[in-house]
Design a protein around this ligand. Structure first.
Ligand code: FAD
Length: 116
C-alpha cells in the first residue's frame, strides 16, 4: 500500500510556510506601486490572522505591531522577512541566519552554480 501522508505538524508547516514567505519576498517587485504595497500589507496582516498554528500566529501579530512589514521594495521586504524569521529562531534557540544571504538562499542559489 502507498505510504500514509500525515497532516503537517507545526514544524513541517513552519518549514513550508517560511519557504513560501521568503520566496514570495524574493520575487516581490523592486519598485512596487502603491496598490502592490497595500496588497502585500493586507496579505501579511490577513496571513497572521489565519496561520494555522495559534501561538505562532499570535506571536507574529504582536511582532508586526511593533515592527510592521516594510513593503516599499523587494530588498526591504526580504530583509524584514529575514529579521522576523530570526526573531522566531532566537525564541526557539535556533541559529541566526545571515540576512545578507537571503537572495542566495531563496532566489539565486550559490555562485558555484551547484543549485542550477
Ligand atoms: P525553519 O526555521 O523552518 O527554516 C527553514 C529554512 O529557512 C532553514 O533551513 C534556512 O535555510 C532558512 N532560514 C532560517 N532562518 C532564516 C531567516 N532568518 N531568513 C531567511 N531564511 C532563513 N514555531 C514555534 O515553535 N513557535 C513559534 O512561535 C513559531 N512561530 C512561527 C511563525 C511563523 C510566521 C512561521 C512561518 C513559523 C513559526 N514557527 C514557530 C515554526 C518555526 O519557525 C520553524 O519553521 C520550525 O521549527 C521548523 O524549523 P527548521 O529548523 O526546520 O527551519
Amino acid at each position: 500500500p502507498p505510504p500514509v501522508e500525515c497532516p503537517p505538524d507545526s514544524e513541517q508547516l513552519g518549514r513550508s510556510t517560511w519557504t513560501f514567505l521568503h520566496t514570495m519576498a524574493a520575487y516581490y517587485p523592486d519598485q512596487p506601486n502603491s496598490q502592490q504595497q497595500g496588497d502585500m500589507r493586507s496579505l501579511l496582516s490577513n496571513f497572521s490572522k489565519f496561520y494555522p498554528c495559534g501561538y505562532c500566529a499570535s506571536h507574529l501579530r504582536e511582532e508586526m505591531k511593533t515592527d510592521p512589514p516594510v513593503v516599499d521594495s523587494r530588498q526591504h521586504l526580504s530583509l524584514w522577512m529575514c529579521q522576523t524569521h530570526n526573531k522566531v529562531n532566537e525564541l526557539l534557540g535556533k541559529k541566526i541566519f545571515d540576512c545578507t544571504k537571503v537572495d542566495e538562499r531563496w532566489r539565486d542559489g550559490p555562485a558555484d552554480g551547484s543549485c542550477d
